[in-house]
Design a protein around this ligand. Structure first.
Ligand SMILES: Cc1ncc(COP(=O)(O)O)c(C=O)c1O
Length: 374
């Protein structure tokens, strides 16, 4: 049986952005060209830096009759196995400016905290991490292993952030958060500038190919916003931009629908843990609101199966370690190709060069093993 015709690839909703109007200059006022360039110049000098692979999902593109499908494999990002390593660690370096007496702090679902802890360790700084009771022990231990003091807080992510802000004020710690709020804009912007390094690498890796479509996973929208800013900075021709979210936490989709920031009530936490966020962050929202063409939301049903297919080399010649948050890109692409209406709307055809972001590897090994064995 062919890959695309199997009993999977379900999507829940697909919408078009009625307010689409891509404006490079406006975007580069939110994250500036200088911020993007400085992030690349700084991070590319880090001792352990190397470009992550841009793989071709050649078996899948052949089957879907697309020209190519590029997959940016962030499972190889430093030893943290996620694009998040580019953001938090970079923000730590920028805000502490060489001062060794600063303690940095953050609240996290896992990968951002690992990046902050790793960034603090690189620079010999103390680090306090606040996690909710729902963050797995494996993720907590990974941050402890990087030298961070990990504090578990009763309640959800919001509660862990409240506690982080309270204790940081009392103790004069420097908060390095990836989410923006009123008067807390610079650090999340720097975090996104760090993520945009992925786009610089991709532009150098694709030679003369022209990307026609980008599928971008979103939690609070930081990664998606950063990649759009990277596209504004580096690409001559702007591809169609499609945001992908869990259907239980499609806050970017709901905001795009009404043209303003919208909160969604998360009733059930998605398997795609890093993307289970109820409200877009302010900085990425400013970027995404007019630059996203379409949004698509997915149930959790096919995540494990897609991860297994990555692992078995079903999509490409090589086996790929793709975590829970890496699977929705490929699921939404195949779902879009399987639906004649969407395929036509997105103009997906034999000339398309699609970019997918493999944003993490097995960042939670226990969970990864469980999901690919299902
Ligand atoms: C591991 C992980 N965390 C979080 C996210 C979401 O990022 P953001 O909250 O910046 O939208 C993703 C991908 O979208 C991810 O792969």
């Amino acid at each position: 049986m062919s890959i695309a015709s199997s009993q999977m690839w379900k999507y829940s909703s697909f919408i078009e952005n009625k307010n689409y109007s891509f404006d490079k200059e406006e975007i580069l006022k939110i994250i500036t060209k200088n911020q993007i360039d400085e992030a690349y110049l700084t991070i590319s000098k880090w001792e352990s830096y190397s470009t992550t692979p841009l793989l071709k999902l050649n078996k899948l593109s052949e089957e879907l009759n697309l020209n190519s499908i590029f997959y940016k494999d962030e499972s190889k990002r430093f030893d943290l196995k996620s694009f998040k390593a580019l953001g938090g660690a970079y923000a730590v370096e920028k805000v502490t400016k060489g001062n060794k007496d600063i303690t940095v702090s953050t609240a996290t679902a896992g990968n951002h905290g690992r990046s902050v802890a790793w960034g603090a360790k690189r620079l010999g700084l103390k680090c306090k991490i606040f996690i909710s009771e729902y963050v797995s022990n494996a993720r907590g231990k990974a941050m402890q292993a990087l030298g961070a003091d990990v504090v578990k807080v009763k309640g959800n992510y919001e509660k862990s952030l409240e506690e982080c802000i309270k204790q940081s004020k009392e103790n004069n710690w420097q908060i390095v958060q990836d989410v923006a709020w009123d008067n807390y804009i610079l650090v999340p912007t720097l975090t996104m500038a760090g993520y945009s390094v992925m786009m610089k690498e991709i532009v150098d890796q694709i030679n003369n190919d022209e990307i026609t479509h980008i599928f971008l996973q979103a939690g609070v929208g930081g990664m998606a916003g950063a990649m759009v800013a990277g596209a504004a900075r580096y690409l001559k021709k702007i591809p169609k931009i499609i945001v992908v979210e869990p259907d239980s936490a499609a806050c970017v989709m709901e905001s795009i629908k009404i043209g303003k920031l919208e909160k969604v009530n998360i009733i059930r936490e998605s398997l795609m843990g890093g993307m289970s966020c109820g409200e877009p962050s302010l900085v990425p929202w400013q970027i995404l609101k007019k630059s996203v063409n379409n949004c698509i939301s997915l149930p959790d049903d096919d995540i494990g199966k897609a991860m297994k297919m990555f692992a078995n080399a079903s999509f490409s010649n090589e086996k790929i370690v793709a975590g829970e948050n890496s699977a929705p890109g490929v699921i939404s692409l195949v779902a879009s190709c399987n639906d004649a209406n969407i395929k036509k709307k997105l103009n997906l055809n034999q000339n398309s060069n699609v970019l997918l972001i493999g944003c993490e590897g097995d960042t939670d090994q226990e969970m990864y093993q469980k999901l690919i064995k299902q």
